[in-house]
Design a protein around this ligand. Structure first.
Ligand code: AQP
Length: 333
């Protein structure tokens, strides 16, 4: 079985539609016939300033949400990144392999550091993709299901793995990004040329999975649309409608063509109503299940403990091989 690894940051009270359609939905599918490892990357979340109580809450909400969205701890290995210290240990090795220049070229770092300003940008944000490379390589993953915005980071991961293998001998599997074309990038409802993002300046264009149906219906009904009144897919001239078509199609299973036919001559109002209906009925049970899981924190932590134990068995072996290849002297047993 091929190995899969992916992670998600607990940086918000809820995942948004982009996280789900771009990444988590593929995670659920891949657990069926892959050896899948999924983690809540709480160490990555330290790159943005967060209250400790909030980080704790968000980490548990993230884990509960992943299960509610369909991850089954009996079918995949679900764990919290900080429960497996090998991530930091391999992260340092990769930091010593990565060039300052190549890390500087990461567009996500440039965007995020620009948003928060130089004074508030931490070194961890700069080295984030290197820790991400370690997350992936620790598990010898073949595939990394992510959204389009992560493509550059997976390229860096591949470069670092290849560099290590050629300098120190074959140690790592070189992974490939697994990015679904159809929903690789979901855009903000208020600014349909920018990706939907947890850290968007305004939350008005972000559909949070755990928000109430009322809130989400309101957001969809006030989504920015374009001049004209035809419901047709045209990313260049109608980015707003195209984004809503992508969302409807991804959740309802209808093709874009079918939707264009269904809403021919009907106008934007009817179409937005239909998108709102699809989104809210899809996520209402997820919200309910997440709340149930959070109500029994001990049971949730027990599930995660099983995951981290399985993860450590693999991660420990990879780290030992890596240290050995590097010539680090092992401690006397
Ligand atoms: N808009 C999106 N469309 C498709 N996929 C997306 N992803 C994020 N936004 C979209 C994918 O979600 C996964 C988990 O993301 P993450 O939590 O690790 O961080 P992120 O990519 O930084 O997500 P956000 O919401 O954009 O957070 P901020 O605002 O902190 O940057 C990834 O696989 C990502 O591709």
């Amino acid at each position: 079985m091929k190995r899969v690894l992916s992670g998600i940051q607990p940086t918000a009270e809820s995942f948004h539609l982009g996280n789900y359609l771009g990444a988590v939905r593929q995670w659920v599918e891949l657990q069926e016939n892959h050896d899948a490892f999924y983690c809540v990357v709480d160490l990555h979340a330290l790159t943005v300033e967060t209250e400790p109580a909030l980080l704790r809450k968000r980490t548990l909400v993230a884990a509960a949400q992943l299960i509610a969205l369909g991850l089954d701890p009996n079918k995949c290995t679900l764990f919290i990144q900080s429960h497996v210290p090998e991530h930091n240990q391999l992260g340092w090795v990769f930091e010593c392999l990565a060039g300052f220049g190549e890390a500087s070229r990461m567009t996500q770092f440039k965007d995020k550091s620009q948003k928060s300003g130089a004074d508030r940008t931490v070194v961890g944000l700069f080295t984030y993709p290197i820790l991400q490379a370690a997350d992936i390589m620790l598990y010898q993953a073949n595939l990394v299901p992510v959204g389009e915005d992560q493509r550059q980071h997976i390229e860096l991961t591949r470069d670092l793995g290849q560099r290590f293998n050629s300098r120190f001998g074959n140690t790592f599997v070189i992974p490939e990004a697994y990015i679904l074309k159809s929903a690789a990038k979901i855009n903000d409802l208020q600014d349909p040329t920018a990706k939907m993002s947890k850290s968007a300046a305004s939350n008005a264009g972000v559909i949070d999975i755990l928000d109430s149906s009322d809130v989400n219906v309101k957001k969809i009904k006030s989504a920015v649309t374009d001049a004209g009144k035809e419901v047709v897919f045209d990313e260049k001239n109608k980015p707003g409608i195209s984004n809503l078509l992508t969302i409807h199609s991804a959740l309802s299973g209808k093709t874009i063509k079918e939707l264009e036919n269904e809403f021919a001559g009907k106008g934007y109002g009817d179409f937005k109503g239909a998108v709102a209906e699809v989104v809210t009925s899809y996520f209402a049970p997820v919200r309910q299940k997440t709340q149930e899981l959070l109500a029994d924190e001990k049971a949730l932590l027990d599930l995660l403990a099983v995951g981290s134990e399985k993860a450590r068995a693999v991660a420990g072996q990879t780290l030992a091989n890596t240290y050995n290849a590097l010539g680090l002297v092992p401690p006397r047993r």
